[in-house]
Design a protein around this ligand. Structure first.
Ligand code: ARG
Length: 253
């Protein structure tokens, strides 16, 4: 009788939300030394397309990656996908992580397996996407402390808010208009993404639908008050995503 109780406790630690709450969460795995290792998060955005951070894939042989989806437990994901093609944004700079965005085409369409996608913001959503102080949900299997590596077992969610560059301690030269800065302070604790959350979504419900606003990209350490998480501002790439992904202009696919 002790076991079921432990499971409940674990589920709460892992987020405390229903099993299929985030049917767009994907994970990226890299095959090395005879085994798949968790590398990054990603988001399903429709058709056979996963959106992630370029630094998750950069410089690697794409045949060594696979994508998994389905469920809150990282060891029990229901579906595995092979990668057909990767498109890393041409402007990606691996030294300062500018334009940290990439598209992955997988071998099956998750929507046909019951998954729901995040929507890509449209032109008319510029204000909504760039508004300071706006809330964002961030989900991932990343660790809760920097430099530990690895991942946690159950998907976690944090709520953060975008903050203007002026209020942070970041060198202004490092932050471009295509980056969003966000964290949150809850009961004196700073909520932030961390290692392993990279590539995963920062999203928000707008008119009842979940839109992808940011991609976890980098940060100076984790959970430091003046050094919030840095996210790729997806709005700046919405046309690129549509073109590369073959989505109709501003359609709610
Ligand atoms: N670059 C990290 C990764 O590869 C993500 C770090 C995000 N850091 C932060 N403080 N929000 O997983």
């Amino acid at each position: 009788m002790i076991l079921p109780l432990m499971n409940i406790v674990k589920r709460i630690v892992g987020g405390g939300f229903p099993e299929n709450e985030y049917p767009f969460m994907a994970t990226i795995w890299l095959f090395e030394n005879g085994k798949y290792y968790f590398k990054c998060g990603g988001s399903y955005i429709g058709k056979n397309i996963i959106l992630t951070a370029a630094h998750c894939l950069y410089g690697r042989d794409i045949r060594r990656f696979e994508i998994r989806m389905g469920g809150n437990n990282i060891f029990k994901q229901r579906h595995t996908f092979k990668i057909k093609k990767v498109v890393i944004n041409k402007e990606f700079n691996s030294s300062n992580l500018q334009n940290d965005i990439a598209i992955i085409l997988i071998d099956k369409e998750p929507c046909k397996l019951g998954y729901k996608s995040l929507l890509i913001p449209c032109n008319h959503m510029a204000d909504e996407c760039n508004k300071m102080g706006a809330p964002l949900n961030v989900i991932g299997f990343g660790t809760v402390a920097p430099n530990v590596g690895g991942h946690i077992e159950n998907l976690k969610k944090i709520n953060v808010q975008t903050i203007p560059l002026e209020k942070t301690g970041y060198n202004h030269k490092l932050i471009t208009k295509n980056m969003l800065l966000a964290n949150n302070i809850v009961g004196g604790k700073i909520c932030d993404a961390c290692t392993g959350d990279s590539g995963g979504p920062a999203f928000r419900k707008i008119n009842g639908k979940n839109y992808i606003i940011g991609i976890v990209s980098w940060g100076s350490g984790c959970s430091k008050k003046k050094l919030p998480g840095v996210y790729t501002n997806v709005f700046g790439y919405h046309e690129w995503i549509r073109r590369i992904g073959g989505f109709p202009p501003c359609a709610n696919h």
